[in-house]
Design a protein around this ligand. Structure first.
Ligand code: SAM
Length: 321
């Protein structure tokens, strides 16, 4: 079992398979084109899988594939099948913008993927174009319908922003509710790469807006998820992820691996150790040692909130959010 210095069990790893993305979401990426990590610097699926086996053997029980946009990486279903065949009971999930999901959902499900988180910030084509800086909405919505029809469980992430999509909170919730999908509203997290124009909708404002339309009660956290859930009269639950106000670090159970092999103990901090050398040399013991070291050095808390609040220097498209 992997236990950090604050007695937290670390059993969840998020793996970014590429930092590349086919969207340019204003809250995540810089507007200007920038240079991507050269493809030859990425770990191959075989190399990533070698590390995943180490992590599973050390006690990891949940794996989320993310990015960048993970569906940009070819043969992702083959990679998912490798993991599934090694550990069919692993909670195997993916986060995607769904743009390429229509043609891939069935293959991913057949390979062993269990759950998806899809980012849907708006249901208006022009707003989607503004946020992602590309005409994306139709593909996204078709991708979601396909995922549901092949039997994948889907949760939706929305980042509400003033003067952008804040007026759609209820519409997105209704869209999700009608399809049996949980929606989670994520407070915009400041980072160096996002547009300076973005204005975060705080959870207090979100809750006040939702309270004008629904009756609901707080329902607490679901396991180690950073999302605080709320239950409506008819049983439907929605979540709010509140990095500036909530103390979800106490129950944090996750670490992150970038496509280049940097193992990151906390989304907020720059600190990371590379598993690249160990994996490329096929040195399983050394890879396990790096993993244990990163877990041991996991910081107690992020610094989004509180007196010393700072802007994070981490790019979410590198770490997978
Ligand atoms: N391309 C995939 C997608 O769009 O879901 C996966 C990567 S994306 C970085 C993962 C999640 O991070 C998305 O749900 C996105 O909304 C969230 N995210 C990115 N930047 C964020 C920010 N500045 N604040 C809050 N959430 C953010």
């Amino acid at each position: 079992m992997l236990i950090d210095s604050y007695d937290r069990v670390v059993d969840y790893i998020r793996i970014s398979v590429t930092e590349r993305c086919n969207f340019r979401c204003q809250y995540c990426m810089p507007e200007k084109p920038f240079s991507w990590v050269p493809k030859e610097n990425l770990l191959t699926f075989e190399e990533l899988f070698m590390f995943i086996k180490v992590a599973i053997d050390e006690g990891v029980k949940k794996i989320r594939i993310t990015g960048g946009e993970p569906l940009l990486r070819e043969d992702l279903d083959v990679f998912i099948k490798m993991i599934y065949d090694y550990a069919p009971d692993i909670d195997l999930a993916m986060t995607t913008n769904a743009y390429l999901l229509k043609s891939t959902a069935q293959k991913l499900k057949d390979a062993g993927l269990k759950r998806l988180n899809v980012s849907i910030d708006t249901l208006k084509p022009d707003v989607a174009q503004k946020i992602a800086q590309k005409d994306v909405l139709q593909n996204v919505l078709e991708g979601v319908e396909e995922a549901l029809s092949v039997g994948l469980k889907v949760k939706v992430n929305m980042v509400p922003m003033h003067n952008m999509n804040a007026d759609e909170i209820v519409d997105v919730l209704e869209y999700c509710k009608a399809r049996g999908m949980t929606v989670r509203f994520i407070e915009y997290m400041e980072n160096r790469y996002a547009s300076k124009e973005i204005s975060r909708v705080p959870s207090s404002e979100l809750l006040a807006t939702l309270a004008q339309h629904y009756d609901f009660v707080e329902d607490g956290y679901d396991g180690a998820s950073p999302s605080r859930y709320y239950r409506m009269g008819d049983g439907y639950k929605f979540g709010i992820i509140e990095p500036y106000g909530d103390d979800f670090c106490k129950q944090c159970n996750r670490i992150r691996l970038t496509a280049e092999g940097q193992l990151i103990p906390c989304l907020y901090f720059d600190e990371a150790l590379s598993i690249g050398k160990a994996i490329k040399e096929g040195d399983i013991a050394a890879a396990a040692e790096v993993l244990r070291e990163v877990v041991k050095n996991k910081p107690e808390k992020n610094r989004w909130g509180g007196e010393n609040a700072e802007v994070s220097s981490r790019a979410f498209y590198e770490t997978g959010g």
